[in-house]
Design a binder for this molecule. Sequence first.
Ligand SMILES: C[S@@+](CC[C@H](N)C(=O)[O-])C[C@H]1O[C@@H](n2cnc3c(N)ncnc32)[C@H](O)[C@@H]1O
Length: 207
Amino acid sequence: MSKIYLVGIGPGSTDYITPLAFKTVKLADVLVGSRRALQLFPDYQGPTLELRAKNMDEMMDQTVKLARGGNTVVVLSTGDPGFSGVLKPIQNLARDVEVVVVPGISSLQLCAARLLLPWDEANLLTLHGKGNSAPIWDVIDNGRPTLVLPDFRVHELAQYLLDNGADPWRQVAVGERLSYPDEKIFHGTLEEAAHTEFSYLCVMVIY
Ligand SMILES: C[S@@+](CC[C@H](N)C(=O)[O-])C[C@H]1O[C@@H](n2cnc3c(N)ncnc32)[C@H](O)[C@@H]1O
């Protein structure tokens, strides 16, 4: 029977890809992923579909059609597919197709590890692609650290919080380009974060 495998590939470096992810890619009739994700599997020589920010919906539709047509489709998802990943869109489209999740190490997990932060009592939040940072107010003052994937850039989220009355001295950390050779960990205040240039690949922690 045809299946869609949603495979977590970790935060970016091959070191964080599980052996099961490599095994699952070998089952693919078609491999789907961003260019960055596909490049992590140079041994795979079969057909691919490249995911881009602008063709996401179309590629998800195609993934489901290919699976309905009898193909085993493997979709590569940064970090873990179940956190701000491809699980939700695929579930919404493909109730009639068997879906298997191969978990990966989330960028949030690696960020928590770098900061020696036990994350069993943290708020975990994604604003990625939401176009609106307001959901952060539901959790930010409940006494727990918040690990958040910003909607766009860290400095914009920091400025949004400041503009809406957050304490400029509040401590924050940022895990930037985690697992890559140029990974950086920032510690500072909310005010400092609002005036710092960060790359797009960041996890922000608000203490
Ligand atoms: C669509 S979400 C995917 C999250 C992913 N499913 C996960 O579990 O990490 C993409 C966002 O994850 C974060 N991210 C992914 N890889 C990262 C990395 N290597 N370092 C820091 N943040 C990362 C960034 O905030 C990025 O904008």
